[in-house]
Design a protein around this ligand. Structure first.
Ligand code: BEZ
Ligand code: FE
Length: 319
């Protein structure tokens, strides 16, 4: 198909190259054409001049500059622009209270992970953060230490234990730990039924900062891939699978709230995680336990189980 943009490319003088104000090189674009394009960027940027909120102004100006830079760098065709609008329209149509296609898009482009990196700079030996994901719910059931967060969700039992400390090594009593995970079929409770609660819970650390609970040995699962993000992953030859993981959100007064996961060592997906959430420090050994091995809480349960230790260090609030 011959679009205005492709005609325009044919008309320009091959071999000339220039750069916009951000230093992006545009090849095969005549100086006259570059001037037209740059004039539009300057015009749009100037339209924010009267904005009274300096942060909003900074965001809008940078967004426009990067967006125009992208359009100019790839010489975006009108047909491609239409495809992008159609993609975003479909993402809007499939999004509702429980399905958030724009978060999936952000996650699969690494934008969620990059925002987390920017906002959770390394601090001393504080535990690293990773993606939040769309499956957290506010009203998880409470369990006691040693309780079972699976609530009969299918999967291999996993004993999880550790401590919560600050970066000076002080044990933090009463830290709130939210945990949630997919069951062995790859689904979260809310994917079965918005009101169902299983494989999620919250508990609090003891006076010595320790915690322990039963969960499920994590297994890989696909992100929801029956919408436009799934079609994008297909088109570019990427898998929708997430590395196996167990989600944590840990909070304590005076500490930076930590949103993270732990990932089993030797996971088949591992670094190929489709949302780029894996960090070396979050890979833990989930030790397999043979059937009949007595459990840490003094029981013998049917079948195999696993155990993992996750000692959590919280950075101070405001760093
Ligand atoms: C999750 O871990 O639950 C998740 C994260 C990003 C996209 C989809 C799911
Ligand atoms: Fe998850």
């Amino acid at each position: 198909m011959t679009t205005a943009a492709s005609k325009q490319r044919a008309q320009v003088n091959p071999g000339t190259a220039g750069a916009d104000a951000r230093g992006t090189i545009f090849r095969e674009v005549s100086p006259e054409q570059q001037a037209v394009e740059q004039q539009l960027v300057d015009h749009v940027v100037a339209s924010f001049e009267a904005c009274e909120d300096p942060r909003l102004k900074e965001l809008m100006v940078a967004l426009v500059k990067h967006l125009h830079s992208f359009i100019r760098e790839v010489r975006l065709t009108e047909e491609e622009w239409g495809t992008a609008i159609d993609f975003l329209t479909k993402a809007g149509h499939i999004t509702d209270d429980v399905r958030q296609e724009f978060i999936l898009l952000s996650d699969t482009l690494g934008a969620s992970m990059q925002t987390i990196n920017v906002n959770n700079a390394a601090y001393a030996d504080a535990t690293e953060a990773t993606v939040f994901g769309p499956f957290f719910v506010e009203d998880s059931p409470a369990i006691d230490n040693g309780g079972d967060m699976a609530f009969e969700a299918p999967g291999e039992p996993c004993w999880v234990e550790g401590t919560v400390t600050d970066t000076d090594g002080n044990r933090l009593a009463g830290a709130r730990i939210e945990v949630w995970e997919a069951d062995e079929t790859g689904l979260y409770d809310v994917q079965y039924d918005a009101g169902k609660r299983a494989a999620r819970a919250h508990l609090f650390t003891e006076a010595d900062g320790s915690y322990r609970f039963w969960g499920l040995t994590p297994t890989p699962y696909p992100i929801p891939n029956d919408g436009p993000v799934g079609r994008m992953l297909d088109a570019v030859g990427r898998s929708p699978l997430r590395a196996s993981h167990l989600h944590f959100m840990v909070s304590h007064e005076g500490a930076r709230t930590l949103v993270t996961h732990i990932f089993p060592e030797g996971d088949p997906i591992g670094w190929k995680d489709t949302v780029f959430g894996v960090k070396q420090s979050l890979i833990k050994r989930f030790e397999p336990q043979a059937a009949g091995t007595p459990t840490p809480d003094g029981r013998v349960i049917d079948g195999t189980w696993s155990r993992v230790r996750f000692d959590i260090v919280l950075a101070p609030a405001g760093v």
